[in-house]
Design a protein around this ligand. Structure first.
Ligand code: GLA
Length: 381
């Protein structure tokens, strides 16, 4: 049973920015609650939806950037606590933050030299990461307000978010209608379905940029987390973190996570690729086997026992170890987020695919529907 209700507390007086304060989950019943989360400088209201399942898991998602602002999952003792980095309130998200929890588009990760050629025409994009375009440009999908509709499906509570990106926005061709559906399932999964259609040939690569620390946001670094990635190869990068085009075997390198290994075990090794990424910030080419929705990764945090599995229909995974966090950003509860205080697992097509014809294509044509699914599944052991 799904119901939505307004929480009026945040609307009292002249308070513009509501803080991130969630009612504790009531076990046994799933629902979606909607509350005001403040206003953008132009006055646009932003809402925070909290999806709860019957087990007590909660996902807080705001309409600004469609960002996951909180995600509570159980530890070994059955205690639910937040495992994603984020800011305390909307004002925090309006300062420069590194895509915490946000939907990334139109193109997740980098496009080299801020341009690509499609059907013989060169498209110029804003360069926002040295000479390259990162995560959709200056004003990517993470910085737009998404239209939200709460509901439920056979799997659980849902939040449907839509955004139409205009032809030429951030340099990309075609009006692109994007839809992202978050489902909090009864099985403690956050499922994300991405769809998009276009009216001109274009490129698209959508993902979510949640930063996880399974011990809790602001609870130290993630170097003890044990990671398995189902990938025999990765795409090495140049100094600008653009793939060279090579698909390099992970065997015998610090990039081999085919067997569960602590993130910190090899991150400091004298390795050219680790130096270029300042740690792990690379695209792993998933061993897809039969294709479809397959298990891409599994992470285990030994202290709390929390486990996160990542399942996806996508061919690749960007595993990023929060190398650019440096402790200056103070997040939820005012806690600083130290270097490597979180990791990201961004399911995706390979970076710079529009300029790499040998990589799986990211082109989308009118009449076709882009559709990918990623599931973050939580448990404890
Ligand atoms: C991605 C990129 C990183 C970095 C983060 C955000 O993971 O690959 O290089 O830009 O996003 O800081």
């Amino acid at each position: 049973m799904s119901y939505i209700r307004w929480t009026t507390g945040a609307l009292l007086g002249v308070v513009t920015f509501a803080c991130l304060a969630q009612a504790p989950a009531k076990k046994g019943k799933s629902d979606v609650k909607k509350q005001a989360f403040g206003n953008l400088p132009d006055g646009a209201p932003i809402e925070l939806y909290t999806l709860s399942n019957a087990q007590g898991m909660q996902a807080g998602i705001m309409t600004y950037g469609g960002a996951v602002v909180s995600l509570t999952v159980p530890d070994r003792g059955g205690k639910y606590a937040d495992v994603v980095l984020g800011m305390q309130d909307l004002a925090g998200y309006l300062t420069p933050v590194p895509y915490f929890g946000a939907i990334i588009g139109r193109y997740g990760n980098r496009i080299g030299k801020a341009q690509f050629t499609l059907d013989g025409k060169v498209f110029h994009l804003p360069a926002n990461d040295a000479a390259n375009t990162l995560h959709g440009g200056l004003k990517g999908f993470d910085k737009h307000v998404w239209k939200a509709t709460a509901g439920s499906s056979a799997e659980g509570e849902t939040l449907e978010l839509t955004y139409t990106s205009q032809d030429g926005e951030e340099g990309f061709p075609g009006n692109l209608s994007a839809k992202v559906v978050y489902t909090l399932t009864a099985k403690n999964e956050l499922k994300i379905d991405y769809t998009a259609t276009t009216d001109k040939n274009t490129v698209v690569n959508l993902t979510n940029h949640s930063y996880f620390n399974l011990a809790g946001p602001g609870e130290g670094d993630i170097l003890q987390h044990q990671v398995m990635i189902a990938a025999d190869r990765f795409t090495p990068v140049d100094a600008g973190l653009i793939p060279t085009g090579e698909l390099r075997p992970v065997k015998g390198t610090p990039f081999d996570f085919t067997k569960s290994t602590a993130i910190g075990a090899r991150i400091g090794q004298d390795d050219e690729q680790l130096k270029l990424g300042k740690g792990y910030d690379h695209n792993w080419v998933l061993n897809k086997g039969s294709g479809g929705l397959t298990k891409a990764a599994e992470v285990h945090e030994p202290q709390t026992g929390r486990v996160m599995q990542v399942w996806t229909t996508e061919p690749a995974l960007q595993f990023y170890t929060g190398n650019f966090l440096d402790g200056t950003l103070k997040g939820k509860g005012g806690k600083p987020y130290p270097r490597r205080g979180a990791f990201c697992m961004e399911t995706q097509h390979y970076p710079d695919s529009p300029n790499k014809p040998a990589f799986p294509s990211t082109e989308l044509k009118p009449g076709a529907t882009y559709h990918t699914t990623t599931v973050y599944r939580f448990s404890a052991k």
